[in-house]
Design a protein around this ligand. Sequence first.
Ligand code: TRP
Length: 335
Amino acid sequence: MPRRLTAFTPSGELHLGNYFGAIEPLVRDQTPGETIVFVSDLHALTLWHDPAEVRGRTAQFAALLLACGVDPDRALFAVQSQIPEHTELHYLLECATGFGEARRMIQFKEKSARGQQVRVSLLTYPILMAADILLYDTEEVPVGQDQRQHVELARDIAIRFNAAYRPVFTVPRAVNPPVAARIMDLITPTDKMSKSVSAAGSLRLLDPPEVLRRKVMRATTDGDARVRYDPERQPGVANLLTILSACTGAEPTRSAETFGSYGELKRAVADVVVAMVEPIQRRYTTLAHTDLRELLASGAAAARELARPKLIAAREAIGLLPADYPATPGIRPIA
Ligand code: TRP
């Protein structure tokens, strides 16, 4: 198993698309020493935010990821901001990144075009993401299409840093999450299901069963009343079949034939979604009342142990004094 890193930014609400696209594949493959999972709370500060909400969501994401099966015995599991090495490496990597390179990031261009108050951190957060990745000798980063360019940037920074100074960093690569799990918005089935955009179109892992049911029953379907798996012409119906398939393993084209109407399909989808989230919600309710401080502190301590030597190597490669200066013999004043 290559070393893999996954991070979840605590903004918006985790939904079925996150579950099948990122959480479930990660939980399935947890390997001690190779699986790293973060709640990337520092990334939630790049746009306007309510401090209490970020705090609350960070705790909520941690509990929910555990409820989904993230196993601290088999994965390194921590909250990013509890590992100061991330922010320190972030600065060093900023010193190895071009302004033009950062400004070219599509997500920055899109979000800064929309917002009135653009923070500097919106520009530099892909470099923080590079620090998240490079601190741990990460080999594979499973990300959706929207984050691929950021992983490419991490690659470029690693290659450039290694060549300019010393070979400190493992060069990571982006890997695709399983294709079948591309779950779309229920109301606008041509868009990906999103953490923050649409409440009615998103099946949230913590939505009560009756809310999930209502959202599925109100999902957009398409003109002709036949149930077929045709993502081009019937994206809404195809999406429902994809969700059904993700929950049950049933092949979408085959299962389409078993439904006589949209109503029948929707009831089946609502049933399997509710059955799937029910045990997660049960575990979450227990975990939400559990003190997770010790668990997260020990995750952070384990992460720091891995990150520390990497940060020290980067510090020294880029030209900072070694920690044991001035005791080290052989340091001469520059000519
Ligand atoms: N920026 C990512 C997102 O918004 C989350 C993230 C933070 C991440 N650090 C990361 C993803 C490191 C992969 C690797 O979804």
